[in-house]
Each structure stands twice: as C-alpha cells, then as structure tokens.
Design a protein around this ligand. Structure first.
Ligand code: GLC
Ligand code: GLC
Length: 819
C-alpha cells in the first residue's frame, strides 16, 4: 500500500499518515549547514561535519525508532489536553496529518480538536541555521488558549564523544538564556569559538534548559512533565544534558491564526571577540551575541521566513531547470526530473556520512564515492564539482594511490582507513572527465594540487591523472590484471585480508599481502575510463602521452580477453592463491554483476558476442523482480580468502543483495547492445517511484534510491535498506538521462543517442549545457529501441547526432526522429 503520493507540480512527496514503514526523511540545507528531518519532525542538524560540529543530539537504533528532533508540544489550557502535532514523540491521535517533503524544506500540518498546526522547516540559503515557522490556527467556534512548548536537545558538539564520554560530559554543559533566546555554550569557555542559539521571535512565558527538569528523570520525550504541568520551570542547565525549550502562551479567537519563527543557529566569533564579558571570579563569562543577534534579526518576522523559503524555492526551481523531462511515463519523469537530481545533491553534500543508516560519526568523504557522486551533480553546480575534485585530488599519494576517505572539515586524508583500495585512483580520471565533458573547462587540469595534502609536492591535476592512470598498470598481478589491494569498488571483496579475529576490520586489515590477488573489475574500469584519459591528452596537446596510454589500454583489454572470460560471462577476480572468483568452477559466487556490467560498458566483447552473452547470463542468474543481485549463488559460509563478502547472511549487502549502485552499469551496458526494452526494465526495477504501492515490503522512502534491497536468498526479498546515501543516485541519473533518454555530454557537445523500449513513442528533454538551452524532442513513432534517423536543429537538418556547443545563452530546438 501507499503512504502518500507525489505532488509533481509542487516538487513534493506528500506523506499522508505518520506511521510510515520506516521514518521517511528529508535533508534541509544545501551548502554547509544541514538538517536531517523525518516525517514526524525527528532528526538532527550540524554545521559542515556531522561528527565534529553537531548541534543537536540524536540516538540511533533507538526504541521506538526516530525519537529526538525539533519537537513542539501543544497543550489546550481548557482541559489540559496535551499532544504532539507531528505525531511523534507522543504518538498523539490527530484528526488530520500530512507531511510534505520538498526541495530543501519540509512541512508538517496536522489538526486536533479544531486546532490546526503547521511547521515549515528549512535551512535558508546562505545562513547557518534551521528555521521552523510554526503556525497555529483556531478552526473551532470558540476561543482557545494554547501553550506551545518547543524542545530540542543539544549535542555537546563532537557527536561521537557526546554518546560515549559521560564521565566528562555530564559535568561540562553550559547555557545562557536571554529573553527568548537560549544559547548553548558548552566548551566555549575553552577552545571553541562557536555556540548554538535556539530562539523564537516572541516573548516567552518561560523556558527550560535542563533535560531532567523538563522531562522528569524517569520520563521519555513522550511524557514531558513540564508540558503536562503547563508551566516551564525556567531551569538553567549546569552539566548533565542541556536542552532548549520555550513556553509560549497563545490566545486564539475563533478562526484566528498566529505564526512564530523559531531559529536554531550556529554562531562563530573571532578568537579576540569571544566575550561580551569575560569570566571573572564568581561569575561566568557572557558570550558575544553579535552574530546571533544579526541572525535572529534576519528571521524576526513570519514574512522574513516566508521570503527566505521563497528564495530557496526559486533556487531549486532554477537548479532543476537544467535538466527536465516530459514523458508519458510519469514515474520516470518525476524521478529523472526531480527526485533523482535532488538525491544527487544530497549524496554530493553528504558522501556516506549522515543518514538514518550512516550515523555521521564514522565515515568522511569517500575518494571513490565522491568522484562518482559528481556524475549526477556536475550539471547542477559545476563550480562546486570543480572545487570538490581539487579537494579529493589533494588527498592522493605521489604514487597515484589514495586515501580512501577524507574528513570534510579538515579536507585531510583519514589515517584510520588509510589507502590500498586499488580502484580508487581511476575514479579521479572518471570524475575529472565528467566535469570536462559537462563544462569544457580544461583549465582544471593545470591547477596545482598537493599530493597527500603536502603543498611542497604539489603538481598539476593532469599529473595526478597520469599517476592515477598508471597505478593499475604498474601494480598488476600474474595475469597482467590490476592487483586488487584491500578491495576494489566492492569494499567486501577482501582478498588479502585473511581475518580470523572477530571484529577486525575487513577493510583495513591485511594479514597476508599476497601480491597476487587481481581484479577484473578494475581492469574493466581502466578500459572504460582510459580512453577519456587519452582524449584529454589529445585535446590538451599532450600528444607524447597518447601512444603509451593507448598501448596500456590495449594490453589491459587483452588481459581481460585472455584471463577474464569464463565462457558465459566475465570472471570477477583471482584470489590470493590465484584461484578464480566468479567462475563456474566455484561452488558459490559463480557469477558477479560488477565485472560483467563494467566490461560491457567498456565495450569489451561487443564485436564477438561475448558482451551479449555476459548480459544474458546476468539476466538468467542474477535478475529478480526487485533488481539484479550482486552475485549467485550466495556464499553460505565464511571464506577466509574472500573476506567480508562472505560474512553477510545470504541475500544481504554484497553477499547477493541487490546492491543498487551497480544495477545502472548493467542498464548502460544493455544500451551499448541497443537493447532498450531490457535497459529500461533494469532501470525501473530499482527505481523507487515504481514501487510506491509496495511500501510495506520496500519500507524505505518511495522518492529516493536505497543502497540495498534484500536479494532473492534473503527472507525479506524486496525490502530496502540504507536509503539516500548511495552511488545509485548518480549512476541511475547517468543511466536514465545519458544512456536511455540519450542526451549525453561528450567532449565536443551533446550527443543524442537514445536507447528506449520500443513501446515508448517519444519524450522531450530540456538540457542546459555550457551556456545554452537545448530543447530536445524525440519521436519514436517508428517503435525502435535504438538508432537516430534524423536530427533537426533550429529547423535545419543536422549531419549526425552531435549537438554543437553554442554557449550563446539561447534556446535551441532539436527534433530527433528515431528509426
Ligand atoms: C558502499 C561504499 C562504496 C562501495 C560499495 C560497495 O556503498 O560506500 O564505496 O563501493 O559500498 O561495497
Ligand atoms: C561494509 C559494507 C560496505 C561498505 C563498507 C565500508 O563493508 O558492506 O557496503 O562500503 O562497509 O564502510
């Protein structure tokens, strides 16, 4: 069944009941201040780094799930009726409920006994805060006297320490309260120059900042004592758990409506201007509130909040105008035109750090992940993609290998994870090539970029790419295939790990550096991105590089042909003993998806029928109604020589789960073969909008991709997990827009090369590209799957199917007839 519906005109998903099969969330913020916001107002926010600068606390894996957020409690003073207008945390009975998740904002609206509540939450452009505009409307015939209690729980900044180091933390919490503003200033007395402010634009009747006082020691968020009492206690936290709660008394005549603007902000002061009044013996320091005052002044009226929201709407309208699609298939159109791009922005911003499955205290920005996330984002804001590429490249080592992750705050490589994932270097070429194809900006190649964040050994970005290119060539194994290192794209194929110790990290442990284990996937990635490296050399007059690079690519393809083909599909790898992985000789894990998708994407086996055979085998052995599983048969037991892939119960994650990220590789590969119907089928199977009415099984949000859907060996086949932060977002955007709908940026322009189901009669796409707009109308009345018969550009026939770069700020009309 469905728990809501898409409102495409508003670009919103409308959730119509609060008890969704899992919290269905949204992301607020698009630059540096972010909030996670669930359909019952759960979640938390942070500035730039979800671990280091967390403003509000969140308890993961809690019971019930999703407790903690920015809550408002309402109390009717007539009868003492108390409720949560966002349903949680009290699970209050509501006469009406609706949550609209939109582009960077969410709105919860509900009603109980004639009192209507609405909360619009967003992060305004350019400011480091969340704004929550709360409106109460009296829909009854009688006057109402309502108490509003706000509630947030502060995090003591470092979210990891906050959840573990109680012997210290219970003694350090500090706040200040002035009027309607509550300031959280823990650790400001020492090395922090920042504090948080939680304020409302209305005089308050009272406040609380001490959690125990507000809730009562043995009460949960669902039974706050102060709310039941109808009166704040004006508690000032000293240690323990600082919170922020305002109490506002509202008198509403019949039909009357009042709005309040709550702001939760992050404020910073220069070191020498930290204090309004420094601490003196016997009195605590008073923080300098200048930045807070400026922020609160900005959002001091409901009109100002509305204006900021309108600006945010305009921002998104403009961003999403860069790629739009109109088609009979509304599910595809809304995903490609709205939600997929929106998710790409979120994955670009978050990498894999903060979601309802990633705690925000673990992982930083991934080298390979961020390079792939660029794909679906670069057309939206190319300048930010450019900056990201340079940040990522700066964490590369002089030999071309790379830190697997880096910290968003410091932009430094993460020593805990280290390097040795031998696919990493290649994704940099991939990211840069995508950037150049989108923008035509070759100047990025001349940027001076440090190696290992060390300015002393900086070199051009091109020099980085060259190191990347030769890394797998110089680090090849006995079959001339790239050594896998700790793992390749599949983090769980740990062929040098040999771990027997419980809890040992599969990714960072190498008990047996074989120097033998090889990856056919890395070879295929090399064959796919290598030609782009060659093109880049040619286009920047580095012709002396070309011959050697072409030879390296040819050799690599040769190695795949000789040692990477298993008869009916591509092998996956050779293990530390030189044994095949992903072969019919294996008992389990006979066939893997990744090497098959990527080899065909790279064009290997296209001429001699092996490509088609490989994809047919993928269909025969790996397909399911919910997508293509990663491998078959699932590993039944732990294999020390394979590592984490065999650690998962069958059907989950890399052990034969539907690991959605690699499904679009098969989609793209199918378009290489011109099989549009099958390509589209593989697209729709993992696309959430097509599974909206199956939400009880799928459980995750119907508007975003999930990293994994349980595979056919799992008990709950079809159940999704790990929504939002996944490379699936970027790759499906590429597969649907560039390879199915076939509007593909290439070095010299926009290539038009659709590959669609024969039943799709046509569609239109608008694409902003290098300073001009292309309106592309595709006519497939011929009912073919691939092939362009004619292209008309601005009324004139075009030779071929490459739209030139105009850069003239104009709109160009393109009519494409397939056949
Ligand atoms: C996770 C990682 C990604 C990896 C994938 C497959 O999504 O973020 O880097 O490629 O798992 O293991
Ligand atoms: C686990 C997950 C994988 C992820 C990796 C790194 O291995 O299965 O998907 O990429 O952890 O965090």
């Amino acid at each position: 069944m469905q728990y809501g519906y898409f409102d495409d005109d508003a670009r919103e998903y409308v959730i119509t009941r609060p008890d969704t099969p899992y919290p269905w969330i949204n992301y607020l913020g698009c630059n540096d201040f972010y909030g996670l916001f669930s359909n019952t107002s759960g979640g938390y926010c942070f500035y730039r780094d979800a671990r280091m600068l967390r403003l509000t606390r969140y308890r993961y894996n809690n019971v019930p799930t999703d407790v903690g957020g920015r809550y408002f409690y309402l109390r009717d003073s007539k009868d003492g009726d108390v409720w949560s207008p966002s349903w949680m945390p009290m699970k209050s009975k509501l006469d009406r409920y609706e949550c609209r998740h939109g582009m960077g904002y969410s709105r919860i609206a509900s009603a109980r006994n004639g009192l209507c509540f609405s909360q619009t939450s967003f992060v305004p452009l350019g400011d480091k805060c969340e704004v929550h505009k709360v409106t109460l409307t009296n829909e009854s015939k009688a006057e109402k006297n309502i108490d509003i209690f706000s509630f947030i729980e502060f995090c003591l900044w470092n979210a990891n320490d906050d959840m573990t180091n109680f012997q210290r933390n219970f003694s350090i919490g500090e706040v200040e309260v002035h009027g309607s503003s509550i300031y959280h200033k823990t650790e400001y007395r020492e090395r922090r120059n920042h504090y948080a402010v939680w304020a409302v634009n209305e005089p308050v009747a009272g406040f609380d900042t001490d959690r125990q006082t507000f809730l009562g020691l043995y009460n949960g968020f669902d039974s706050p004592q102060v709310v039941f009492d109808g009166k704040s206690k004006n508690s000032v936290a000293s240690g323990w758990a600082p919170i922020g709660s305002h109490h506002i008394k509202v008198k509403l005549k019949a039909g009357e409506s009042k709005a309040y603007v709550f702001v939760l902000g992050f404020c910073e002061n220069p070191e020498d201007q930290k204090w309004e009044k420094p601490a003196a013996p016997g009195s605590a320091g008073v923080i300098n509130k200048k930045p807070a005052n400026a922020l609160l002044e900005k959002y001091s009226t409901a009109e100002a909040a509305d204006k900021a929201l309108a600006a945010l709407n305009e921002y998104w309208k403009n961003l999403l105008s860069k790629f739009t699609v109109d088609a009979e298939d509304k599910k595809m159109a809304r995903m490609a035109g709205i939600w997929n791009q929106y998710q790409c922005m979120v994955t670009f911003n978050m990498s894999r750090s903060a979601s309802y499955f990633e705690s925000g205290i673990g992982r930083g920005m991934g080298f390979r992940d961020s390079n792939q996330d660029l794909l679906g984002f670069v057309h939206l804001i190319p300048e930010r993609a450019r900056e990201r590429i340079l940040d990522i490249a700066a964490t590369q080592f002089p030999d071309g290998s790379a830190y697997h992750q880096y910290q968003p705050l410091t932009k430094r490589g993460n020593n805990d994870i280290g390097s040795g994932f031998n696919d990493d270097p290649l994704w940099l070429i991939f990211g840069v090539a995508s950037y150049i194809k989108e923008t035509g900006d070759y100047s990025i190649l001349d940027e001076k970029v440090p190696f290992d964040n060390n300015e002393a050994i900086a070199d051009t970005l091109f020099a980085h790419l060259k190191k990347s290119f030769y890394y797998p060539v110089l680090n090849a194994g006995p079959h001339g295939l790239p050594l896998i290192g700790r793992a390749d794209w599949n983090d769980c194929l740990n062929l040098n790990c040999f771990s027997k110790t419980p809890g040992e990290s599969f990714q960072t442990t190498a008990n047996y550096e074989s120097g033998v284990a090889e990856s056919i996937l890395i070879a295929a990635i090399f064959a796919f991105v290598g030609p782009d490296f060659v093109e880049i050399c040619k286009r920047t007059n580095r012709n002396e590089e070309v011959a050697a690079a072409e030879k390296a690519i040819a050799n690599m393809i040769d190695a795949v042909n000789k040692h990477g083909w298993d008869g009916d599909w591509f092998l996956r790898a050779y293990d530390a003993h030189g044994k095949k992985i992903g072969s019919k000789e294996c008992e389990d894990g006979k066939i893997y998806i990744e090497s098959n998708g990527f080899s065909v994407m790279a064009g290997i086996g296209l001429e001699d029928g092996r490509a088609a055979k490989a994809l047919d085998s993928v269909k025969e052995h790996l397909d399911s109604p919910y997508g293509i599983v990663l491998l078959q048969p699932a590993y039944k037991d732990y294999h020390i020589e394979l590592g984490e892939v065999s650690s998962y119960p069958p059907g989950y994650k890399e052990n034969a789960g539907i690991f959605c990220h690699n499904n679009p590789w098969v989609t793209i590969a199918e378009t290489k073969l011109g099989r549009g119907t099958r390509a589209f089928e593989t697209y729709t199977k993992i696309c959430p909008a097509y599974r909206e009415d199956d939400s009880d099984l799928r459980r995750m949000e119907p508007y975003v991709y999930a990293q994994m859907v349980a595979g056919k060996d799992a008990v709950n086949h079809g159940e999704a997990k790990n929504s939002w932060l996944t490379g699936t977002a970027a790759w499906t955007f590429v597969s649907i827009t560039q390879y199915i709908l076939g509007v593909r940026p290439v070095f010299d322009g926009l290539l038009i090369d659709p590959c669609i189901p024969s039943s799709m009669k046509g569609y239109s796409v608008t694409r902003h590209f290098r300073g001009a707009d292309y309106h592309v109308k595709v006519d497939n009345s011929a009912g073919v799957e691939k092939g362009v018969k004619s292209v008309t550009l601005d009324g004139k026939p075009l030779d071929g199917n490459l739209l030139p770069v105009f850069g003239d700020g104009k709109v160009h009309q393109v009519v494409v007839v397939m056949g």
